[in-house]
Design a protein around this ligand. Structure first.
Ligand code: HEM
Length: 180
């Protein structure tokens, strides 16, 4: 990319980041389940679906570029997913991750896990993450690496410590469903 094109792209990225920061705390008009202003849902405090989707988008791209869990992973399932499946499944994964976070943070959306994985017969259930992850053979250390990427993406969008801690705790609470 030429220097000029690069600086236009950089400016655009900064504008998007500023807009997301505006969304944080502003709400987005799609109120979460908790309508009591004194105790806003985490979903509302994060800025709603658009802010959450921006974090998931950034996080998902960075996971692919992470040497331990992405395209160069030593885990052949993660490496194959990142190189061969990502081109057709990454956009959907970003959508599903966004939906999952919107659901567990008290937003007005319901995540429903895919049930098209006959090799991983762990049953259905709205928040069930076992079917989606069992064939990837994710280790505890790989999970923690992904949690680190999520933490960095929350920092990138300047999500406050309290909300950041709550998102990371919700993520960690499902570790047992994700790792082998
Ligand atoms: C609690 C932590 C995690 C959450 C909340 C989460 C969330 C999700 C969701 C919602 C889906 C889509 C599920 C579906 O289709 O039903 C998914 C799939 C996937 N997750 Fe996770 N995930 C977590 C941990 C991880 C980790 C540590 C990795 C390692 C890189 C990972 C990699 C993937 C991949 C590659 C898929 C796509 C599988 C496919 O092609 O369908 N996830 N995850």
């Amino acid at each position: 990319m030429s220097g000029k094109k690069q600086s236009v792209a950089h400016k655009r990225q900064e504008e998007i980041k500023d807009r997301i920061e505006e969304l944080l705390f502003s709400g987005d008009g799609t109120n979460g389940n908790n309508t009591n202003n004194d105790e806003e849902s985490l979903y509302d405090r994060l800025g709603g679906v658009f802010a959450i989707a921006a974090v998931m988008d950034h996080f998902s791209d960075n996971v692919l570029n992470n040497d331990i869990v992405g395209r160069k992973s030593k885990n052949k399932f993660l490496r194959e997913w990142s190189t061969e499946k990502a081109p057709t499944r990454l956009a959907g994964l970003k959508f599903m991750r966004t939906l999952w976070v919107c659901d567990i943070t008290g937003g007005p959306f319901t995540f429903c896990a895919s049930s098209d994985r006959p090799t991983c017969p762990y049953g259905k259930g709205n928040l069930n993450l076992k079917n989606a992850h069992c064939a990837l053979e994710i280790s505890s250390a790989e999970f923690d690496e992904v949690a680190g990427e999520l933490s960095r993406s929350l920092d990138h969008f300047k999500v406050p410590e309290k909300e950041k801690g709550e998102v990371l705790a919700a993520f960690a609470a499902h570790k047992a469903e994700v790792i082998v």
